[in-house]
Write a protein that binds this ligand. Sequence first.
Ligand SMILES: Cc1cc2nc3c(=O)[nH]c(=O)nc-3n(C[C@H](O)[C@H](O)[C@H](O)COP(=O)(O)OP(=O)(O)OC[C@H]3O[C@@H](n4cnc5c(N)ncnc54)[C@H](O)[C@@H]3O)c2cc1C
Length: 394
Amino acid sequence: MATIVTDVLVIGAGAAGLMCAIEAGRRGRRVLVIDHNQAPAEKIRISGGGRCNFTNLNCRPEAFLSDNPHFCVSALRRFSQHDFIARMEAHQIAYHEKTAGQLFCDGSAKQIIAMLLSDLREAGGDLKLGVGPTSLEGGTDGFIVGAASETFVCSSLVIATGGKSIPKMGATGYAYDVAAQFGLRIVDPRPGLVPFTIGPPTLDAISALAGLSTPARVTAGDRTFEEGLLFTHRGLSGPAVLQASSYWKTPSDVSIDLAPGRDVLTDLKIARQERPKATLTSGLSDMIPRRLALHLAETTAGDLRLADLSDLKLRRVAEAVQDWRLRPSGTEGWRTAEVTVGGVDTRDLSSQTLEAKGRKGLFFIGECVDVTGWLGGYNFQWAWSSGWAAGQAA
Ligand SMILES: Cc1cc2nc3c(=O)[nH]c(=O)nc-3n(C[C@H](O)[C@H](O)[C@H](O)COP(=O)(O)OP(=O)(O)OC[C@H]3O[C@@H](n4cnc5c(N)ncnc54)[C@H](O)[C@@H]3O)c2cc1C
């Protein structure tokens, strides 16, 4: 069995691992990145519909969830969205802002992968694909990582294997196993940015709405997101729901306003005065999509003429539109979650370098750490920033 000696071994050739390897290589460290997949950075490739929402102009610590909300500040400040944008521009990769600061490639996410691989080569780093660790030992002055046909010996070991979301793309809980092996704590990982599932009878009642999307304000825990909501065959999805899902813990309710920014009760009362012969569906259709209006009219007061509806009934309708309380039966889980909430406990890591406290040379970066961004490019920015920070020290 071949033994390969290197200064820095990075396990995981995703966004964080490649960024870290580039930075460590630029400091003159011998760097090797290994990944059990046959291709690097698969999540970059498929992200943002193939165009990768690679950062967000409004990136700020408040857009991240963590048991320790201040942990991400240092890395995000030292390697910010502007630093990553500068790299894109240096490589002449064209991009555009889609909405709310979200930056996407004009062409393809593959351009970002090509940029990272070219920077890695230039920095003298190596990449070995199809190699997964089978054993790990940590001594006083380094680590020995066993794989099927090689043994790797390194002084710095960087765990960049991501979270558990989307196992069929190669996601594993390896980082948590390593953290546990070296006595680091874990914040229970759970799927984030994931659709809600809804059980019967609510699902039966809304099944006819599958495919419909509408603006909404969705509240879970103490957070509210106003974006699109999509009715699906199994529950609810769309950006507002995905965002709220990261804050949702089972069992608890979410509350949904299907007519954000409006006062439905007042508007219905005005409609009743101005168009008494109009049906409730017609009155609601001024505020929400007609299919949804029909459903809500039928399930609240009946599709009666507005003139026949009392104030009390209108109030009930307005509540159903603007304060729909529902308890998801769960989420679509790891199969479709865009991220993992939770992970390696930040209390056991340095916020400057991402090195494990009390375990010299061991680093955790990217999604495996208990730092999770909102939808909109924040998760890649955390991968770039944490990878960069570890790359200055590994
Ligand atoms: C469908 C989808 C779309 C997304 N779109 C966006 C977006 O547009 N913008 C955004 O900011 N975020 C997006 N995300 C989230 C983003 O992809 C992740 O937050 C980011 O990729 C995390 O980077 P990482 O390097 O920490 O982990 P990863 O990118 O997951 O990389 C981890 C690497 O480690 C390897 N690995 C895992 N286990 C092992 C093991 N045991 N041995 C060896 N190798 C291993 C994996 O093969 C992988 O290559 C999306 C996620 C998904 C699933």
